[in-house]
Design a protein around this ligand. Sequence first.
Ligand SMILES: Nc1nc2c(ncn2[C@@H]2O[C@H](COP(=O)(O)OP(=O)(O)OP(=O)(O)O)[C@@H](O)[C@H]2O)c(=O)[nH]1
Length: 811
Amino acid sequence: MADECCSLQLIDGDGGFNKSGLAEFVKAVRLAECGLSYAVVSIMGPQSSGKSTLLNNLFRTNFREMDAFKGRSQTTKGIWMAKCNEIDPCTIVMDLEGTDGRERGEDDTAFEKQSALFALAVSDIVLINMWCHDIGREQAANKPLLKTVFQVMMRLFSPRKTTLLFVIRDKTRTPLENLEPVLREDIQKIWDSVPKPQLHTETPLSEFFNVDVVALSSYEEKEEQFKEQVASLRQRFFHSIAPGGLAGDRRGVVAASAFALSAEEIWKVIKENKDLDLPAHKVMVATVRCEEIANEKFVCLSADEEWQQLAEAVENGIVPGFGKKLSSILEKCLSGYDMEVIYFDEGVRNAKRQQLESKLLQLVHPAYQSMLGHLRSKTLDDFKEALDKALESGEGFAVAACDHTELFMSKFDEGCEDAVVEQAKWDPTKIRDKLQRDIDAHVASVRAAKLSELSAQFEGQLSKALAEPVEALLDAASDDTWPAIRRLLQKETKSAISGFASALAAFELDQVTVEKMLAKLEEYAKNVVESKSREEAGRALIRMKDRFSTLFSRDSDSMPRLWTGKEDIRAITKTARAASLKLMSVMAAIRLDDDKDNIEKTLSLALADNPNPNATNRSIQSFDPLASSSWEEVSPKKTLITPVQCKSLWRQFKAETEYTVTQAIAAQEANKRNNNWLPPPWAILAIVILGFNEFMTLLRNPFYFAIIFVAFLVGKALWIQLDIPGEFRNGALPGILALSTKFLPTVMNLLKKLADEGQRPAAPEPHRNPELAAKSFRNGVHNSTTSDASSNITSSENESEQSSPLRQYKP
Ligand SMILES: Nc1nc2c(ncn2[C@@H]2O[C@H](COP(=O)(O)OP(=O)(O)OP(=O)(O)O)[C@@H](O)[C@H]2O)c(=O)[nH]1
């Protein structure tokens, strides 16, 4: 074969099928593009009967012909194939190995049978090449062949209406009109002699075949005529598949794209000697081809650039018009499939289309899911942002949440509409439900946060409104303390609850929840008071001592007391202790319910200074009302200081205030002592009587009097300057020593002052003025020149103040 591309040995002499050669051939002649517009022609006949010569002349092919000078021998082995040149439609021709060749002998009958069957199964037109002189002959070379053809046709095939074109070679002078009836008679005889299945006993030959006859002159002897006749015959192959054409009646044509597969499968079945059911074969071919095409289309779409870009884009975010884009990509792929499979069995191609469609949808489904995922998360984010803004702008929570939920769910639905893929019936309900759940959860969490914010705000307001006033009220503990606290609690709670209730209205909560929250706030207010009371009870000892100190050390005008000796320290102490006891009784329990209790009575009975002298010795008391850890009629929850703690607290209080009282008594004694410097009255009387003469002398002599007066002044000045009473306060010896060291500098200083003052106009000396000295004392200025007893009291008070660390008491 000169042209490898356009002709090939399809089946070799041993029955091997040239699959790759056929694939290349199909590609080279672009057979697959022909759809159903192609025809297949085969030639059968005795060996060396000029078949190849005829085909080459008829179709301008280049099948190998026998060299006429070498004698008759087998040239064509197996089956050869070539494309007919310049014939429309595309026509493929097959040259079969001759049937009665000497080389193969009887054993080759099987191959002859198989190749005949193959030619009949594949071809639309079968040329039966025969010698003219064989017509009407009993032992004609092609009789067995025809018999075989008819047998296998009957047994294996459904009618295909193959055209059997008998080509009579080396025609004689006998006209064809006379030969043809004889030939048809021969054919009919063979047809009749073939055993038929029940179904086809009455079926005429014409049902299976179109029989046509043509006669050609001898190629060797009348070449010119031969060529003319062949040229005329060639014309019949143009438009052979059109109605009325040579193969116009053909049935069950396989699409050109499946020709290779079909031929291979038919040959396989024939070789295996299995039943060759053409309709089933057609379905099989259609199945295989449709599947191949579907796979090709699937691979094609997987690698499609547009699809890959879309898939990549949807990975990163929302793609507007996703549904339309994806639908068009899928549509392109499916319509490509439809175009290619149009000539295959409808049932098969539809089934394979469905498979392809579902495979494609499976491929693109993750992209759709991803699209909906982005849509869901974006909608949720947008919803959160919009809700926050709406709440910031003061919109009511419930209304804002409801409106925004509706708005964003409908936005999501719009997005889903945009993502709808025409070919798929994907349901976005699951993702929609998830979005709804997410939105609901967000609304719930924002609601909880806002409510807790609101609660915290009102709780903060309540704490502020209650804590400090309660502290102040407890600090000024009196009979009205707890009623005042109750009034305060009621007022503040009422105002907070009304504010809270109106704020809660925006949340449209159910009545039960609202009531619960209001009750919680009310409870909180109570807790604030209770915890503040507990805190204050922890400082009861300090408060008691403060109160004691205030009442004890200051008079009714809040002025510091001067323990001059006239004060009734016992009465003052008693009053101060009673006030402290009162404070303790107020702080002993929480009294928010207006329940009466006898704490104060019990405490005053047990702890107050008993005026009855018979009861002063408490150690012999038979019953101690404070020997208990709870108060009567007061629940432990409301107890701030238990009776036992009260007792211990009182003991500590008394111990810590004892010193102040002692100091006050000592100060009073010292003051009394200091103010009592005059000699006894009898001594004064003796001085007056005995010193009368001296006194008179002095009065009579003013000079003496002046000297005495100056001496008095100097003495008084030295007395004050040297602070003689002060120096002797610590004993006589330290006083003498101190005075001895101070005496000379003081005298010098005094003289200097006198000299200075002698040069200046006279001015009053503030420190000599007792009123001014007292004033400077009250202002806390310690003046060393004053030496009265009040300094002792002040210092004792200071000591009491400095002992504050001892006052920390925790019951
Ligand atoms: N008498 C006669 N001989 C012919 C005719 N055509 C071809 N031949 C000769 O027959 C011989 C065989 O020709 P091929 O064309 O090779 O025959 P074939 O049938 O293809 O042979 P195989 O392929 O071997 O079966 C050649 O020598 C041809 O010259 C014809 O019309 N009449």
